[in-house]
Ligand binder design. Structure first.
Ligand SMILES: NC(=O)c1ccc[n+]([C@@H]2O[C@H](COP(=O)([O-])OP(=O)(O)OC[C@H]3O[C@@H](n4cnc5c(N)ncnc54)[C@H](O)[C@@H]3O)[C@@H](O)[C@H]2O)c1
Length: 386
């Protein structure tokens, strides 16, 4: 029977040097799939010969129409893996961009999109039951600190209820690992820089941050009670092509290119650890595939550079050849003045090595922004008719 264990599936456990669980492949008729310490799923022919080209794994990526989920899914598809992409394409920001991302992923034969809400436990359960992912990479969430001040219940649904559903289906499914997105916002108003995973994170200053911290606590319970391996990743301000229209990088590029004023909060006295999307993707994929991780991990993924907001603005102005009209404003409630990631633990555990400073990453984003004028225009149109 396709997808059912025929031999050697052991109870969930970690760090065994060589774990071999043979299952019939869901994808390749007659092929056998072997797992080695959770790292590889290699497809063998009927003689049992494993070949590098045939290495294939089955992953569920939630938030696949979102910025980070799209890039993670795309990279995994490029590596030949099979991806179920789960997303409700909600209208928090223009769905035209989310649909365009999914359209791009549909170019891969091994991509299966599921447009549904994670709060719909029945659908989520059915998807996991039928696709039997080896790892769930949960990147869907209601993002945004400022929006959580005005729309608190959306965060209750998409970040707490949905997360509980993900934990429940993972607990009952025979899968190896749950990788999920946390956030640098859990560090709240901490003043000691850089932020380390050992720092106290008991005083979040936005509901968004509180839901992300709650996710880490909920994951801990499921690791402790049910042996589900959970890897939480605290992302630090991610940017790049196909980015988010609600985030500073896009807002600045959009406003400056249209000759409109930009809003500069805390009168420009903000510092951020801006992380280029390709670096984040490499960290997420290492979290999915690496051996030797503990049953419960929480790791920072940042660029390990604390950049001045005004320097970012200068870079964007330089790339667009226009000086921005700046509206200098006070700090927004829920916002923090500085973020800066200590990435030593991620370096040690994941081999994570961010390589893209903003002087290189910002021009890449602006090149994409200019090249996709058609898509940008559609996003603007949806924003204006909202
Ligand atoms: N981008 C960043 O700088 C950043 C920083 C820290 C943490 N994060 C976290 O990383 C993850 C990915 O962020 P992103 O920037 O790609 O955000 P995004 O908004 O672009 O992507 C999230 C996706 O999740 C989907 N989604 C939301 N609620 C859902 C639900 N109930 N059911 C199904 N789908 C749902 C949305 O439609 C969206 O496509 C999120 O968990 C976010 O909180 C992002």
């Amino acid at each position: 029977m396709p997808g059912t264990a025929v031999a050697g599936r052991q109870p969930k456990g970690y760090n065994r040097p060589l774990r071999v669980a043979l299952k019939r492949s869901t994808g390749e008729p007659g092929a056998i799939r072997g797992r080695f310490g959770g790292r590889f799923c290699a497809v063998a022919d009927c003689q049992g010969t494993f070949t590098r080209e045939n290495i294939v794994a089955n992953y569920l990526v939630t938030g696949s129409a979102g910025f980070i989920g799209f890039h993670v899914a795309k990279k995994l598809l490029e590596e030949g893996h099979a991806i179920v992409g789960y997303d409700n394409l909600n209208p928090y920001y223009p769905p035209v961009l989310k649909r365009a991302r999914h359209e791009r992923l549909r170019e891969f034969d091994r991509f299966t999109p599921v447009e549904a809400d994670l709060c719909d436990l029945e659908t989520l359960g059915r998807v996991v039951e039928s696709h039997k992912p080896d790892v769930v990479c949960h990147l869907a969430a209601q993002a945004g600190v400022r929006y959580s001040l005005t729309h608190p219940f959306v965060y209750g649904e998409s970040n707490l209820h949905a997360f509980l559903n993900v934990l429940e289906v993972c607990r009952h499914a025979p899968l190896d690992r749950l990788v999920y997105a946390s956030s640098s916002s859990v560090y709240g108003g901490n003043r000691d820089l850089p932020f380390s995973e050992d720092d106290p994170v008991d005083h979040p200053i936005s509901l968004y941050a509180a839901t992300k911290k709650a996710n880490e606590l909920m994951a801990h319970v499921y690791t402790h009670l049910y042996g589900l391996q959970t890897i939480g990743l605290r992302f630090f301000t991610v940017y790049g092509p196909w980015g988010r229209p609600d985030m500073a990088m896009w807002l600045f590029a959009d406003a400056i290119s249209r000759g409109r004023p930009i809003k500069v909060f805390n009168y420009g006295k903000m510092q951020r650890d801006f992380t280029y999307i390709d670096d984040i993707v490499s960290g997420v994929i290492a979290a999915i595939e690496r051996d030797g991780l503990e049953p419960y991990e929480v790791l920072n993924l940042g660029n390990h550079r604390c950049e001045e907001l005004m320097h970012l603005i200068e870079l964007i102005e330089g790339e667009l050849g226009t000086e921005a009209e700046k509206e200098m404003l006070p700090m927004q409630p829920g916002d923090v003045p500085a973020t800066y990631a200590d990435v030593e633990r991620a370096r040690r555990k994941l081999g994570y090595e961010p390589t893209t400073p903003i002087d290189i990453g910002v021009p890449k984003f602006i090149d994409w922004f200019k090249a996709r004028a058609d898509l940008i225009e559609k996003v603007r149109h949806e924003q204006e008719t909202d």
